[in-house]
Design a protein around this ligand. Sequence first.
Ligand SMILES: [Zn+2]
Length: 241
Amino acid sequence: MKFQVIRLRTLLLSAALIAALFVFCLLGNRAILTVSGQLQQHGTPLILIDPGHGGEDGGTQSADGILEKDINLQLSKKIEALLHARGLQTQMTRGEDTLIYDAGCKRMREKKVSDIKNRMAMIEAAPDCIFLSIHQNYFSDTACCGTQVFYSPNNEKSALLADAIQKAVITAVQPENQRVIKPSGKEIYLLYHAQVPAVMVECGFLSNPEEAAKLTDEDYQNKIAAAIGDGVCNYLNNKQS
Ligand SMILES: [Zn+2]
């Protein structure tokens, strides 16, 4: 009798395990859980858009005081709207003018470390996402201009994504741009550590007065955002074909 009860328990446990495995395989093949908790089909990964800096951290700035954090957020919102309109699932690391640090952080250094760790956690919470970080550049030579895309060294798809975006921007907005994509070093923490396809788009140089003025112009922002969106879509289309 005791033996039969144990056998029955073993049978029930096995059935439960098989059922759990079946559900797991079904989810694994057909869908992933995104950081926002929504189910998302494979083949159309979540695009995690990261407007660099924010809040107390303005990033770099132009001679007349245009802050990088503001341009980053404006462009990111436009890119998000464009990708969303094309049926892609998107998420922003920040949608407001703020850093994303834990409560209790007081000194600036503490806030920045906490912020970067929290952005990293968002990448890690969506292991099938594409990470798109938006920044503006600065260099002592004020003649330097043009978009340049940096990519993560950890995932071979990162270079393909970077190349697609660099080409799309050159084709649509900056035909004279000779810049080439570059792998990131340790100094770009998020790219250096991200395991997903990850790029950082330096959209332009705030140190160049002419380009800084363009980067605040609504029409120019729309063109750059559309080109970056096209680059992401070209990458996705090529990956699937
Ligand atoms: Zn930056």
